[in-house]
Design a protein around this ligand. Structure first.
Ligand code: ZN
Length: 431
């Protein structure tokens, strides 16, 4: 056995002790060294010494993406520039990018967290990890790679696209793990099948980052690539990058690294904690981050805590897959809908494919209409389309409580993307 990256914490009490120490260190650090945070604390009338228990976190002010953009380019900076060894930025397209800086310790901590992800997925130094996520100023590629190297496995850094090279290396290098977005992994699966490589490759696991994915996508990926496990890796630039948690081999939820950050789940309207198990917005506070610590950062990502201990026995708590973003939410006929709900619903219907689009229109009658375009599952004849349409329409009505029109289209006819697939097309402002 090699080095372990799991926390040496046995009980919940010990975990809480680690969290309180990290929280107290962080509030002192930012109050002393960041003008932004000091002003925020003063406005909220809170001093670091008032943080005596974990419950006192509720006294602290929130931070948002807007704060990062307004403080561009170095918001939240809490160390002198001499200590900063790297800068990453989000790949955001609108407005200013979110820029985050890292000390050497931050970079080391991130690699350790990422190595822990791989360890949780059961990887060893014998694994060969093909990295098909993007490299650049955003945090994806380099994070995946440093984690592999920290664990001591073999990294094969390719980046996205390059399908010919990806397939060739899968066969020639016998890669055992593929890291990609869900769309890219699915695209690779389809290519592997088309090229008759299924029996010639050695893939065992897929680790998917930065995109929501449905159960149907996972099942399809397992079939096409012949893998045993598909893992979800959450993460965002503000919180180091990807690698801040992973579902283990039991897939009962995503373990998150509670010794590195505190996760609160709050009602996005009232900002009060939701009941255990209820959906809320993820709000994170870092415990060790030096260059750009986060205090109650509102991620806009929605999920729920899984209020039980995982069968693997790990002390690390779990949250569910991301159920959408409070920003992606759309409202139709006064009902709040997240694309993740449509994902979830379609994944329960085996005749439906994994690709879909949601189109919103406003008609002459002034009312809003939703049309869901769904691919028929591969290999099925169009003769079943009417029945499939009815099934999906009924499920939408039953599960989401609105009426939607369903249009079944041919398998492979909706655009595939190597990055995130666009799901919601809102045409309501076009008229
Ligand atoms: Zn587990």
């Amino acid at each position: 056995m090699g080095k372990s990256f799991m926390p040496k914490i046995r009980t919940e009490r010990d975990l809480k002790r680690v969290q309180l120490a990290g929280l107290q260190w962080t509030v002192n650090q930012v109050y002393k060294n960041s003008e932004f945070y000091r002003n925020r604390f003063d406005e909220a009338g809170v001093r670091p010494k008032q943080i005596k228990s974990l419950k006192d976190i509720s006294k602290l002010p929130f931070t948002t993406a807007k704060d990062l953009q307004e403080g561009y380019p170095f918001p939240l900076r809490s160390v002198p520039f001499e200590k900063i060894v790297r800068i990453h930025a989000s790949s955001g397209t609108t407005g200013k990018r979110k820029v985050l800086c890292y000390t050497q310790k931050d970079i080391n901590d991130w690699a350790n967290m990422f190595a822990r992800c791989y360890e949780m997925a059961g990887l060893t130094t014998k694994d060969r990890v093909q990295i098909a996520v993007g490299y650049g100023v955003w945090t994806a590629g380099v994070g995946f790679q440093s984690g592999v190297e920290r664990l001591g496995a073999t990294a094969i850094p390719i980046g996205p696209g390059n399908i010919d090279m990806q397939c060739q290396f899968l066969e020639d290098f016998q890669s055992t793990v593929l890291c990609a977005t869900a769309s890219m992994a699915l695209l690779m699966g389809e290519e592997v099948e088309k090229r008759g490589l299924t029996d010639k490759i050695a893939l065992k696991k897929v680790i998917m980052g930065s995109e929501r994915s449905s159960d149907a996508m996972r099942i399809r990926m397992k079939e096409l690539l012949g893998v045993e496990h598909v893992f979800d890796i959450p993460g965002m630039t503000e919180l180091y990058g990807p690698g801040t948690g992973l579902d283990c081999l039991y897939h009962e939820g995503i373990h998150y690294w509670a010794d590195y950050y505190i996760l609160e789940l709050l009602n996005p309207e009232t900002l009060e904690p939701v009941a255990p198990g209820e959906t809320g917005e993820m709000v994170v506070t870092t415990l060790r981050k030096e260059a750009a610590p986060l205090i109650r950062y509102r991620t806009r990502d929605l999920t729920r805590l899984i209020p039980k201990r995982c069968s693997c026995g790990s002390i690390l708590p779990m949250h569910d897959r991301l159920l959408g973003r409070s920003d992606d939410m759309f409202i139709i006929r006064a009902v709040n809908i997240y694309p993740g709900q449509i994902d979830h619903l379609l994944s329960g219907i085996k005749e439906a494919g994994s690709e879909y689009q949601i189109h919103l229109h406003r008609k002459e009658d002034g009312k809003d209409y939703m049309t869901v375009k769904v691919e028929r599952a591969e290999g099925l004849p169009p003769s079943g389309d009417d029945a499939l349409t009815r099934t999906i329409e009924e499920e939408i009505k039953k599960q989401i409580l609105v009426s939607g029109k369903v249009e079944v289209v041919n398998y492979g006819s909706l655009p595939r993307s190597e990055r995130k697939s666009k799901r919601v097309y809102d045409h309501r402002e076009e008229a």
